[in-house]
Design a protein around this ligand. Sequence first.
Ligand code: FE2
Length: 267
Amino acid sequence: MRVLFVGDIVGAPGRLVVRDRLADVVSQRQIDLVIANGENSASGFGITPRLADELLKDGIDVLTGGNHSWDRKEILEYLPHEPRLLRPANFPEGNPGSGLYVGTAKNGVKYAVLNLQGRVFMTQIDDPFRKADSELEKLPADVAFVLVDMHAETTSEKVAMGWYLDGRVTVMVGTHTHVATADEHVLPQGTAYITDVGMTGPHGGVIGMDKEGIVRKFLNGLPARFDVASGDVQMNCVLVETDDDGPRNAAGRLRARSIERLRFCID
Ligand code: FE2
């Protein structure tokens, strides 16, 4: 089984590179399932119902979120009606939507996607580690593939989560920093891991936003509105291949055979 995870989609340039390149990548690389982080797709802040619908139509099977999941108020009503749009599971009980989705991939394999958010240098929400335990416990036994998107600021919290989940899930990807890390590998118990997948959007700015505005903010410390950057548009992804014939992991699920970083650019 081959699964593509697309890093944080930022603004119109991020959405356009997905529309431009994703379908070809899926057919050329024989991808069975596409998951993407979409919490920055509306001008860098949040996601709207229309954009979620578009991204799901453009070939993404499940969208994950993070700290910006709540930025657009119209999404609060949409979340309960679109289970393929996740928000971090460890926000307080009673918030709209869910952090867990169970579906069936193109190849017939039953899969789950779990979205978590870190707490270091971020909002103090519920413990993502214990939340991972309780969400994974809910999964039916016939779920063969599990991907976790851990949306977090610090490398240490993501590395720790990788070790915590090793042998229980097929993949753990980190998102949020918008800068890809070069540490993709398969952990000893079969979980594919990367600290951050990087961004799908314009790299001609500061993590997706216009460089002049961000530099000015570092100089003057005043509140400001930021625009999406332009230039050097990339789609940063990881491709995970599972070991379909080998032994299963400790939870009875597919182990990863490989994880590969991919970068596609618009000329
Ligand atoms: Fe984020």
